[in-house]
Design a protein around this ligand. Structure first.
Ligand SMILES: C[S@@+](CC[C@H](N)C(=O)[O-])C[C@H]1O[C@@H](n2cnc3c(N)ncnc32)[C@H](O)[C@@H]1O
Length: 218
């Protein structure tokens, strides 16, 4: 079958399988697994599909860790307004909604990620408000809890962490997760939980990634 560019919804339906993230079997997601041809897609294939790297199609270690933490500690979000930064497929936001958040906004730069997050929310019988664009630096005035799972990559990572620390100082509960990727300094953060997260995100077979859920020190 050749790659045919199509609507985001059709693409997600056609190129993913509905699976469960290993750390959060309660949650179903449209994921690219080793049985999917997107798993082996080359840059040229992605170009033919006019698709950026499909980060939304994987259950990243950080997202799984925050989701597990919220399912185990629903009091963190129950009745509160939650903002899911760099949501990807929305696993953390979906967990927040399942844990009783009053509303959850999923934010991502990639418009396809927002489609995936919305479709994944439907699979789990919850709703996510969708927020596109780069909101790093925004005071997020209407939100009480901010989630950031596996959101620290490249030269932007320290600025993202600074922003999250400012939000925490302003009184928001900030939960972030890092799987030791090395882009942020974690010494000043308070560790809330650690997981050995099964993940196949690196396309080189399933393995366990030690992953911490942190909150900025007050
Ligand atoms: C590794 S994925 C993690 C997705 C999800 N948080 C998880 O753990 O499964 C990183 C995501 O961050 C998004 N992203 C990167 N920079 C961003 C920014 N400045 N604002 C919003 N999203 C961003 C990417 O599009 C991508 O979906």
């Amino acid at each position: 079958m050749s790659w045919v560019s199509t609507s985001p919804l059709q693409l997600i339906e056609r190129e993913t399988v509905v699976s469960r993230a290993p750390l959060c079997p309660e949650i179903q997601l449209h994921l690219v697994t080793h049985t999917c041809r997107l798993w082996r897609a080359t840059d040229r294939d992605l170009e033919a599909l006019e698709l950026a790297d499909p980060f939304w199609a994987f259950a990243w270690a950080g997202g799984q860790a925050i989701a597990r933490y919220l399912l185990d500690h629903p009091e963190e979000v129950r009745g509160r307004k939650v903002f899911d930064f760099a949501a990807g497929g929305g696993i953390q936001g979906i967990a927040a909604a399942l844990a009783g958040a009053s509303c959850v906004a999923a934010n991502d730069l990639d418009p396809i990620a927002l489609h995936a997050a919305s479709m994944n929310a439907d699979l789990n019988g919850v709703h996510l408000d969708l927020a596109g664009g780069d909101l790093v630096g925004d005071p997020l005035a209407e939100f009480e809890v901010v989630l950031a799972g596996d959101a620290f990559y490249g030269s932007e990572a320290p600025a993202v962490l600074k922003w999250l620390c400012r939000l925490a100082k302003a009184g928001k509960r900030v939960l972030l997760a890092d799987a030791g990727r090395g882009f942020i300094e974690t010494e000043g953060l308070l560790g809330l939980a650690q997981f050995e997260t099964p993940t196949d995100e690196d396309s080189d077979g399933t393995r366990l990634r030690p992953t911490w859920v942190y909150t900025p020190n007050p």
